[in-house]
Design a binder for this molecule. Structure first.
Ligand SMILES: [Zn+2]
Length: 96
């Protein structure tokens, strides 16, 4: 079944169904919150855009960005955000 990522949510700026969690990768329990303008996973309690942007910033600032195969911001749209978050959590010794 087709599912959406945090990048799709950012691009759409609204809810899409179903969304795959960027952290636990569970599909269907992520809903967009109109007030925070972010999507929340009811399974692991993760705000999707917040964590993804935190992960992107970390990878850019620490020079790991190119190693993951991203050269431009445009290419962010082509990569799997779960991979970005997974790398970030591993590098910062946070549990997944
Ligand atoms: Zn989750």
């Amino acid at each position: 079944m087709k599912n959406y990522s945090v990048v799709d949510v950012i691009n759409a700026g609204c809810n899409l169904e179903p969304i795959r969690c960027v952290k636990c990768e569970y599909i269907g329990e992520v809903t967009f919150n109109q007030y925070t303008k972010d999507a929340y996973c009811a399974i692991c309690g993760t705000w999707q855009i917040e964590l993804f942007e935190e992960a992107l910033k970390f990878l850019k600032d620490s020079g790991r960005f190119e190693k993951l195969g991203f050269i431009t911001d445009e290419e962010i749209n082509k990569i799997d955000p779960a991979r970005v978050v997974e790398t970030y959590l591993r590098e910062t010794n946070q549990t997944i």
